[in-house]
Design a binder for this molecule. Structure first.
Ligand SMILES: Cc1cc2nc3c(=O)[nH]c(=O)nc-3n(C[C@H](O)[C@H](O)[C@H](O)COP(=O)(O)OP(=O)(O)OC[C@H]3O[C@@H](n4cnc5c(N)ncnc54)[C@H](O)[C@@H]3O)c2cc1C
Length: 343
């Protein structure tokens, strides 16, 4: 395992640690998310990674959003989920503006880990229990099995899997360029610890139903999208939707936004955070606690695919998640890549 950074510092520690099943695109992505969730559960136990939160409550603030949830529940993906009436939402925890909602969907599938702790633990587990050698602060300069040229010399490698995150230019730039990728910048915040009902699962709301393909590809989502464009045009222009997850100390991670560019700028305008917090205020009853941390993250993005596996030769694979789904699907994708390479 060769990485240019001293410790994991990319998308994998900047995300919500939210392993999302419900809402993923029907078909392969949903299947991979279910499988990855099971691998996460197994690996978390083995590596001593805490599962901090379970499940998802998808809030429908509007009747049009409820219609999307009703359609979703009738699909194969909704089979183990439940449509929750506003007066029943408190069964899942208090502190929401339940009386103003049209409904919610409860999904039992999701788990949440604290990424910034989980990923280093995962690496330590791989090193200690599975003899994986980590070459850190080492740049891979050329990957052509049986050789991997690095900034610290040449390694023998019968098989190489290149997972460059959103670096499209260092390794096999021409092959990656053929996929027409761009990068996406996201705003994230941590709200200071507060009194919080620990029964509450992860929370999302209407804006998420036009981003997450499991919902957005349903017919009712078109009507919802029209209403949201009229009422929350600025949120949509900034790619804002709401995800709120809880940490062990009852601080909340709240996000996010989506801005696309080949080289995203490093700036994080407060106006974008305000749009995220505006949606938070429509969902949570109490005023948002102070912001304890802000950060941005970036990931690879494609218009036409959620991920890609490129096969330049029998012993070489280039694997990128080209959407915000890597925490939820990459264990399954890794299994598929390894199975294809080694049988
Ligand atoms: C803010 C944010 C929120 C997200 N939310 C979610 C979510 O809710 N659910 C979900 O499923 N997914 C989410 N994601 C997406 C998910 O985090 C990513 O899909 C996933 O982490 C990508 O993993 P990766 O290993 O490809 O990239 P990274 O974690 O970025 O790692 C890539 C690594 O490759 C190294 N590298 C690249 N090129 C070289 C080279 N030539 N030599 C040496 N090292 C190199 C980099 O240094 C880096 O360490 C989110 C992402 C972000 C940024």
């Amino acid at each position: 395992m060769v990485d240019r950074d001293r410790q994991s510092n990319g998308a994998s520690i900047r995300n919500f640690g939210f392993v999302t099943v419900t809402g993923q695109e029907a078909g392969e992505c949903w299947r991979r998310a279910r499988r990855s969730r099971d691998v996460w559960a197994e690996v978390a136990e083995a590596a001593g990674i805490a599962v901090v939160q379970r499940g998802l409550l998808m809030i429908a603030r509007r009747a049009e959003a409820r219609a999307v949830l009703e359609e979703f529940i009738a699909t194969e993906m909704g089979r183990e989920c439940r449509l929750v009436e506003p007066n029943d939402i408190e069964t899942y925890g208090t502190g929401l503006r339940s009386e103003s909602f049209a409904a919610a969907l409860y999904s039992p599938h999701e788990i949440r880990v604290e990424s910034r702790e989980a990923i280093p633990r995962l690496a330590a587990y791989l090193a200690e229990r599975h003899d994986v050698t980590f070459r850190r602060e080492t740049v891979a300069l050329s990957a052509a099995p049986p050789r991997l040229e690095t900034s610290r010399g040449t390694l023998e490698a019968e098989t190489i899997v290149v997972c460059p995150g959103d670096d499209f230019h260092t390794l096999h730039a021409e092959r990656i360029a053929a996929y027409g990728l761009t990068r996406c910048k996201l705003h994230m915040m941590r709200l200071a610890p507060q009194r919080f009902d620990e029964r509450l699962p992860a929370i999302m709301s209407d804006l998420g139903m036009i981003r997450y393909r499991g919902y957005s590809e349903l017919p009712a989502a078109r009507t919802l999208a029209r209403r949201l464009e009229a009422e929350q045009g600025e949120h949509i222009a900034n790619g804002v939707h709401l995800i709120v997850v809880r940490s062990a100390d009852n601080s909340l991670i709240v996000g996010d936004s989506h801005h696309y560019a080949a080289t995203p700028d490093p700036f994080a305008p407060t106006a974008v955070d305000d749009l995220i917090l505006d949606e938070y205020a429509h969902v949570f009853a109490a005023e948002a606690p102070p912001i304890a941390e802000r950060w941005t993250g970036t990931y690879a993005s494609a218009k036409d695919r959620l991920m890609l596996i490129d096969k330049p030769s029998d012993a070489l694979r280039i694997v990128l998640i080209t959407s915000g789904t890597g925490a939820s699907t990459s264990f399954a994708i890794a299994e598929e890549v390894v199975a294809d390479l080694f049988g």
